[in-house]
Write a protein that binds this ligand. Structure first.
Ligand code: PLP
Length: 392
């Protein structure tokens, strides 16, 4: 029975038990290399005349199952797994650009992506620019004759601003520039950029895809041709591959993605609403908020608001840090998408590599906090926040 419903697909598609001795769970092929029947078979595999495994940096059956599953879930042609989200980001950007090219980015990007952009600029003169991308005009204004990639995060980490992916990909098509989307914050359960006209999706699979805080991993989904080229170049030769055991954990985590995301969204909406009503909170940024200024984008391209909330207290860095130190249940940690609620201070943590002046342009003030709402009972999370807010 072929179902196209996400909840069924995520469990059943992309794996055939009959191909693995009937094993219900995908087996873990914990091996570095594969034995050839003969010297000739080795030659045929290397020459591409015969398909089959060679060496786990070039492909591994457990990793392949995950890649296949992610491609189906993102509705793309093929997937490619990496040892971290940043290995995925760097592999994609290096694949799509050459010396002297230009990358156009959303107004905010993950702190290490920002670091990578600077590295590419310093070493290879690959320049970049930022654009609000809030309408066609601002996208067009950011494009130069050298632009080879449009790189978008939505929601933007950590300001939670949204970008209309259909609009951006429509403009990009006029210029034949591929649109790459970092879909980490929502997962394919809540947003599928390839169905909106975008070309490549990247995940830090460390976050919601894993969901249990025990793996660092990245995944890219896109067209067959692009993925094949990357597999044979920026992945094979730079080498940021995923370990089979990590792929095994991610396949396991994926099965509960829809159930987890539903609870993350439910909890986050309740927490965001409670924060909004608290007098010690200056601003709350949550895409699922019914009063969100970009509600139309939420309705058009997202199934729900996700599990991440950013908010500002009154005061600056010191007040923000004191507040964090008063929390008991919520853990002070970067990363997101785990069962545990996690809080971090972007200005001194994830976005500390970004100079203060650019941070401010991105909307990251010293009092901004990012909360990844976990799977606990929401009232316990709120009680912890409320106690820390009410403390005098
Ligand atoms: C965490 C994160 C990354 C980097 O992923 P790693 O798995 O930590 O390398 C990239 N983009 C976003 C939006 C992230 O949250």
């Amino acid at each position: 029975m072929e179902s196209n419903r996400f909840e069924t697909k995520v469990i059943h598609h992309g794996y055939e038990a009959a191909e693995h001795k009937g094993s219900l769970a995908a087996p873990l092929y914990q091996t570095s290399t594969f034995v050839f029947d003969s010297a000739e078979q080795g030659e045929a595999r290397f020459g591409g005349m015969e398909s089959g495994f060679i060496y786990s940096r070039l492909g591994n059956p457990t990793v392949n199952i995950l890649e296949q599953k992610m491609a189906l879930l993102e509705e793309g042609e093929a997937g490619l797994a990496f040892g971290s989200g940043m290995a995925a980001v760097s592999s994609v950007l290096i694949s799509l650009t050459g010396a002297g090219d230009h990358i156009l980015c959303s107004q905010g990007v993950y702190g290490c992506t920002f670091g990578l952009l600077n590295l590419l600029e310093e070493k290879y003169s690959i320049t970049h620019g930022f654009s609000h991308m809030n309408n066609e005009e601002t996208v067009r204004k950011g494009i130069t004759p050298k632009t080879k990639v449009i790189y978008v995060e939505t929601p933007i980490n950590p300001t939670m601003q949204l970008i209309d992916l259909e609009m951006v990909s429509k403009v990009a098509k006029e210029y034949q520039i591929p649109v790459v989307v970092d879909n980490t914050f929502l997962s394919p359960y809540l947003q599928r950029p390839l169905t909106l006209g975008c070309d490549v999706v990247i995940h830090s699979a460390t976050k919601y895809i894993c969901g249990h805080g025990d793996v660092i991993a990245g995944i890219v989904v896109g067209k067959d041709e692009f993925i094949k080229k990357m597999a044979l170049t920026t992945q094979k030769d730079i080498g940021g591959v995923m370990a089979p055991f990590d792929a095994w954990l991610l396949i396991r985590g994926l099965k509960t993605l829809p159930v987890r995301m539903e609870r993350h969204c439910e909890n986050a909406l309740k927490i965001a609403t409670s924060l909004k009503n608290h007098p010690s909170i200056k601003n709350v940024y949550y895409p699922g908020d019914p009063d969100h200024p970009q509600k139309e984008i939420v309705e058009n391209q997202m199934k729900n608001g996700g599990g991440i909330i950013s908010f500002e207290l009154y005061g600056g860095k010191e007040e923000a840090q004191q507040f964090m130190n008063r929390l008991k249940l919520i853990k002070i940690a970067v990363s997101l998408g785990d069962a545990e609620s996690l809080i971090q201070h972007p200005a001194t943590m994830t976005h500390s590599p970004v100079p203060k002046e650019i941070r401010e342009q991105m909307g990251i003030s010293d009092s901004l906090l990012r909360l990844s709402v976990g799977l606990e009972h929401w009232e316990d999370v709120w009680d912890d926040l409320e106690a820390a807010l009410n403390h005098k």
